[in-house]
Design a protein around this ligand. Structure first.
Ligand SMILES: Nc1nc2c(ncn2[C@@H]2O[C@H](COP(=O)(O)OP(=O)(O)OP(=O)(O)O)[C@@H](O)[C@H]2O)c(=O)[nH]1
Ligand SMILES: [Mg+2]
Length: 365
C-alpha cells in the first residue's frame, strides 16, 4: 500500500491502533489524518525523536553534499523552545536556510530588519553561523512567493526540518498553493502531525520534503488538554500589556503560571508582557498568589495541575542595573523590563515533572 498523503506514513488496514490505518485501501488519507482534517480530533501518535534524528543522519550520509539543502524552521513565538540542538549539529556542514516562521504574530510596528539582526546575532554564536536567515509567515503571499523564488533558484532536494508545530507543513502547503497546486499535507495545532517524510514536487525538478517534527517537551503546552492548545498555537498578533508593578507583585498567566517580582525600594517599575491575548493576565500581591491559584485552579485551562510548584528564579548582579532584559517562557511568550537593585524574578509553574524552558535574553522587540 502507498503512503498517506496527509502525514507521510505507510498505509495499512490491519490494525486501527497503529499509524497509517485506512478503512479502505483506496483512501488517500489515513483515518488519523481524516479525523484531524475534518473534526480537529487527534489520535496520539508519538514520534521517536532519536529515531527521526538517526534517520536524518543516515539520509545525509546517502545524499551527495551538493545535492541537498536544509530549511530549518523555527517558531518566533518560541525561539528557544523550538530549536533542536541535535538537528543543528547534524546539518551544520550542509547548506542551511534558517526560516524564522510565524512573524505574523509579532506586533505590526516591529521592524523586520531589527528582528533579522537579532536572529543573525543569535546564530552567529551557534554551529549554524554560516546559514542564510529568512523571516516568514505561512499566511502571507509576499513572504511565500519570495520563499518560492528562492527554492526555485537551485535544483537541490530541500528538506524542511525542525521541531513540531513550527509550521513546516503549513509552509509547504502555502508553497503548493502559490505554485497553483493543491495543498494536501495535514497541518494542525497538535504535536506530531506529520509522521514520516513526504516528498512534494513543486515542479519536475523542484523537490521538497516535509518531515516529522520533534515534539517540544519543554513547552507549557504539555500541561494543557489538547483541546486547549489553541491558547499556545494561535493566529492573532500577540497582545502587549504593560504593568506598573510594586515590589512583591505577581502576574498570573490565566492561572497557568505566575511570576513574582521583587526589588529593593518601593518605586514602581514597568513590565511589558507579550502573549496570546486569549490568555488573560491578572495582577495580585505575591502574598495572595497561592490562594489565588487555589481558588481559581478549577476554572483554569490546565489539566496537569499539581501541589508541587516548580520555581525558576532569576537574580541579577550590580553590573546589569538599568539594562533591559526579557524572559521568555516556552509556549506563553515573554516579558521585558529594566533591571533594578536587588531585583529577583521567580516563575512559578504548578507541575512536578515538566521542565518548562525559560530564558533570560536581550529584548527581541
Ligand atoms: N501564526 C502562525 N501560525 C502558523 C504559521 N504556520 C503554521 N502555523 C500554525 O502552527 C501550527 C502547526 O502547523 P503545522 O504546519 O502542522 O506544523 P508542522 O511543523 O508541520 O508540525 P509537525 O507535523 O507536528 O512537525 C498550526 O496551528 C498552524 O496553523 C504561521 O506562519 N503563523
Ligand atoms: Mg507537519
Amino acid at each position: 500500500m502507498s503512503k498517506c498523503i496527509g502525514c507521510g506514513v505507510l498505509k495499512q488496514n490491519s490494525d486501527h491502533n497503529k499509524p497509517g490505518y485506512v478503512v479502505k485501501p483506496e483512501n488517500e488519507y489515513c483515518l488519523r489524518c481524516f479525523k484531524i482534517k475534518n473534526y480537529n480530533e487527534l489520535i496520539d501518535q508519538e514520534i521517536n525523536a532519536e529515531h527521526f534524528i538517526s534517520k536524518l543522519k543516515e539520509l545525509i550520509k546517502l545524499e551527495k553534499k551538493k545535492e541537498i539543502e536544509f530549511y530549518y524552521i523555527i517558531d518566533i513565538f518560541d525561539l528557544e523552545g523550538s530549536r533542536v540542538p541535535d538537528i543543528e549539529t547534524a546539518i551544520k556542514n550542509y547548506p542551511v536556510t534558517i526560516v524564522i516562521n510565524k512573524i505574523d504574530l509579532l506586533p505590526k510596528a516591529v521592524k523586520l530588519a531589527k528582528i533579522r539582526r537579532y536572529i543573525t546575532e543569535l546564530f552567529a554564536k551557534s554551529e549554524l553561523n554560516n546559514a542564510n536567515i529568512i523571516l516568514n509567515t505561512s499566511f502571507k503571499n509576499n513572504f511565500i512567493n519570495s520563499l518560492l523564488n528562492k527554492i526555485k533558484k537551485s535544483k537541490t532536494k530541500k528538506y524542511f526540518i525542525g521541531s513540531s508545530n513550527v509550521g513546516k507543513s503549513s509552509i509547504i502547503n502555502s508553497l503548493l498553493r502559490a505554485n497553483n497546486l493543491i495543498p494536501q499535507i495535514v497541518e494542525s495545532k497538535y504535536f506530531n502531525t506529520t509522521l514520516d517524510f513526504i516528498q512534494i514536487k513543486l515542479s519536475s525538478d523542484d523537490i521538497i520534503f516535509d518531515t516529522p517534527g520533534i515534539a517540544r517537551n519543554n513547552s507549557i503546552a504539555n500541561l494543557l488538554n489538547k483541546e486547549d492548545w489553541k491558547y499556545i498555537y494561535f493566529n492573532k498578533e500577540v497582545a502587549q500589556n504593560t504593568f506598573q508593578l510594586k515590589p512583591n507583585n505577581t502576574i498570573f498567566y490565566a492561572g497557568l503560571a505566575w511570576v513574582n517580582f521583587e526589588w529593593e525600594n518601593e518605586k514602581l517599575n514597568s513590565f511589558h508582557f507579550f502573549n496570546n491575548k486569549e490568555i488573560k493576565l491578572h495582577r495580585t500581591n505575591t502574598k495572595n498568589a497561592f490562594d489565588y491559584y487555589e481558588r481559581n485552579k478549577k476554572n483554569i485551562i490546565s489539566y496537569n495541575l499539581d501541589q508541587t510548584i516548580n520555581k525558576q528564579e532569576f537574580e541579577f548582579t550590580e553590573k546589569d542595573i538599568n539594562k533591559e532584559f526579557e524572559i521568555s517562557i516556552s509556549g506563553l511568550g515573554w516579558f521585558n523590563f529594566k533591571i533594578k537593585n536587588s531585583m529577583k524574578i521567580t516563575i512559578n509553574i504548578p507541575c512536578k515533572e515538566l521542565d518548562v524552558k525559560t530564558k533570560l535574553r536581550k529584548p527581541i522587540i
